[in-house]
Design a binder for this molecule. Structure first.
Ligand code: SAM
Length: 244
């Protein structure tokens, strides 16, 4: 059993937290978009909302510059499809892998007829491996939910999923308190877990890691991924690169 530091103590083993993390997203699926669209508990005031969406635009521009047209693309942890629908309009085919069937159902609904371009796979990303390689791999708001000790292994798996010269894009949040709701406390620097609440008050403990951009670049480089990690002013960190 592997202990995980939380609030100065050891609260659980890694496998239990990873299962709780899956249950959290299953339970959150119907209210998930409130976070991205800054509604309800995630409305942190007009200034924060404006800054958020201005920075979302920066990320969208970076995505629109990726060479994805007519490519065979893999999206990991696609959730309700906020990014799936943007990818879907450009690619030849998208494979989308998520552990939550609730998330996948909402994603399908969002895509409408475009769903014909997507193969959804309900699977645990700590176990799933594809049979072939992809022209591009994309994951948004997923890397922060990977235990620190498993990041290198995960990135190396991502590299093996990409064709040489293939494109990698990932996006996650910077450590900014207004990125989440006012009743969430971000992990301290030496912690990697946090408690998340749903609108009905239920609580779940999940992984939430924040990486310095240069650390992510080094980790990518060491597994054969040449990536530049960019940051927007407050909220986002995204990596753009290729497999060597
Ligand atoms: C923060 S959401 C990101 C969703 C989407 N990419 C976005 O940017 O809005 C994390 C996603 O990871 C999925 N997830 C959590 N644990 C997983 C696991 N072990 N394997 C596969 N997917 C998992 C959740 O179901 C959820 O859809």
């Amino acid at each position: 059993m592997r202990g995980v530091r939380y609030g100065g103590g050891y609260m659980s083993d890694e496998a239990s937290v990873l299962q709780e993390q899956i249950r959290y997203y299953q339970a959150r699926a119907n209210e998930y978009d409130n976070w991205f669209f800054r509604r309800g508990r995630f409305d942190r005031g007009e200034d924060a909302t404006q800054r958020w969406f201005a920075q979302v635009e920066e990320v969208r521009r970076a995505v629109s510059n990726l060479p994805l047209d007519d490519k065979n693309v893999l999206e990991l942890a696609p959730g309700t499809g906020i990014w799936t629908e943007i990818l879907c309009d450009r690619v030849a085919h998208l494979t989308a892998v998520d552990a939550s069937r609730e998330m996948i159902a909402l994603n399908r609904e969002r895509l409408g007829e475009r769903v014909s371009k997507v193969t959804f796979i309900e699977a645990d990303l700590f176990e799933w491996l594809p049979t072939g390689e992809f022209d591009a791999v994309v994951f948004c708001f997923w890397i922060s939910h990977i235990p620190m000790r498993r990041i290198d292994e995960f990135l190396s798996r991502v590299a093996s999923m990409l064709t040489p010269g293939g494109t990698l894009f990932f996006l996650d949040g910077r450590k900014e308190p207004t990125s989440t709701s006012g009743d969430h406390v971000l992990p301290l620097d030496d912690e990697e877990l946090m408690t998340r609440r749903l609108d009905d008050g239920r609580e779940f403990v999940i992984y939430k890691n924040f990486f310095a951009s240069h650390v992510l670049e080094e980790k990518c480089r060491s597994v054969g991924l040449d990536v530049t990690v960019h940051e927007t002013e407050d909220y986002f960190q995204f990596g753009v690169g290729t497999r060597r």
